[in-house]
Design a protein around this ligand. Structure first.
Ligand code: BEZ
Length: 212
């Protein structure tokens, strides 16, 4: 099954480094990032897990819960955690799902058989408070992800969930934003007190509404 944007994120139970969880119960209606990595005790994965641990306060600040997954067993995750801290200086501070039966991996389409029929690829799912999939990303095993890009996307998703705006290429929190096409100019003048400029009739730029 391919999970697409807007689909309900499937619920599951699994063993994790923080004990057994039921995904929905663990998530409790907050934003969540669920990501897979291919294997424990591999170099790129070690750097990725340390990077996520370092960024955990940034995910917390945005009300986003983070959870990782690979098809290795719990004892392996627990052993590897020591290496992650040795190498990156960051202790594992979020749960890692042990999925040796590949139950969650198959539920979320994290195994791409034509890339590797045994191990998960580098999948990312951002899931909203409504338990719907808001973003999917798939990277190959050979390419470590930019988790600051995932935070940037979360900033955009959270802003655009509450305001009739979209974010342009390479947007960063605090930058100007775009008024969505479904809002008329008349309505835009009412909604966006700081006004807007329109280099084209379909491209209307306004300061980020959440900025002072
Ligand atoms: C790694 O994390 O370094 C890795 C894992 C699987 C294949 C290639 C690299």
């Amino acid at each position: 099954m391919t999970l697409q944007l807007g689909d309900e994120a499937p619920d599951f139970t699994a063993d994790t480094t923080d004990g057994p969880i039921s995904f929905r119960e663990w998530k409790r209606g907050s934003w969540a990032v669920l990501f897979s990595h291919p294997r424990d005790f591999t170099p790129v994965c070690t750097t990725e897990l340390g990077a996520v641990a370092a960024l955990k306060p940034e995910f917390d600040r945005r009300g986003v819960k983070v959870i990782g997954l690979s098809v290795d067993a719990l004892a392996s995750h627990e052993d590897w955690a020591g290496d992650i801290e040795d190498v990156t200086g960051h202790r594992l501070n979020f749960p890692l799902i042990a999925d040796p039966e590949r139950a969650v991996a198959h539920l979320y389409g994290m195994i791409h058989p034509n890339a590797d029929d045994t191990f998960t690829v580098r999948s990312v799912f951002v899931i909203g408070p409504d338990d719907r999939v808001k973003l999917t990303l798939t990277y190959p095993a050979s390419t470590g992800r930019s988790f600051s890009e995932i935070l940037r996307v979360v900033d955009s998703l959270q802003l655009t969930a509450d305001h009739a705006v979209a974010t342009p290429a390479d947007w960063q929190d605090g930058d100007n934003v775009i008024i969505v096409p479904s809002v008329s100019d008349e309505d835009a003048h009412q909604r966006f007190a700081k006004g807007f400029v329109a280099p084209k009739p379909y491209l209307r730029i306004t300061p980020q509404p959440t900025e002072a």
